[in-house]
Write a protein that binds this ligand. Structure first.
Ligand code: SF4
Length: 101
């Protein structure tokens, strides 16, 4: 077994993403980039952001280094469109953690 981004999670390669809308430079585990082949033994499960987790999600997110995974998981923040918000306050009522003041 091999840890893709090394024992400390810092062994990564910066891979340019041509025309990337969200990611311009992906942080991928160095051992993944050095591998000749990749075999994915995927299980199928529900996932909050992608709907279903499978080979594409597991490889796409799983091959990221620690920093790459942190970027992927922190980019899904809520965003309020000020043009569309009518100020009804529903979002403050339904947030399970009272995160919206
Ligand atoms: S729930 Fe209401 S207040 Fe919250 S973002 Fe949507 S329109 Fe705006």
């Amino acid at each position: 077994m091999l840890i893709g981004d090394g024992l400390k999670g810092t062994d990564e390669v910066l891979v340019p993403v041509e025309d990337g809308e969200y990611v311009k430079e992906a942080k991928i585990g160095h051992a993944i980039m050095d591998a000749d082949i990749l075999i994915s033994l995927t299980h199928f499960k529900g996932h909050e952001l992608t709907g279903f987790g499978g080979a594409l999600k597991n490889i796409g997110m799983g091959c990221g280094s620690r920093a790459g995974k942190m970027e992927m998981h922190s980019s899904g923040k809520p965003h309020v469109s000020h043009e569309q918000c009518v100020g009804c306050g529903m979002c403050t009522k339904i947030c399970a953690h009272s995160a919206i003041p």
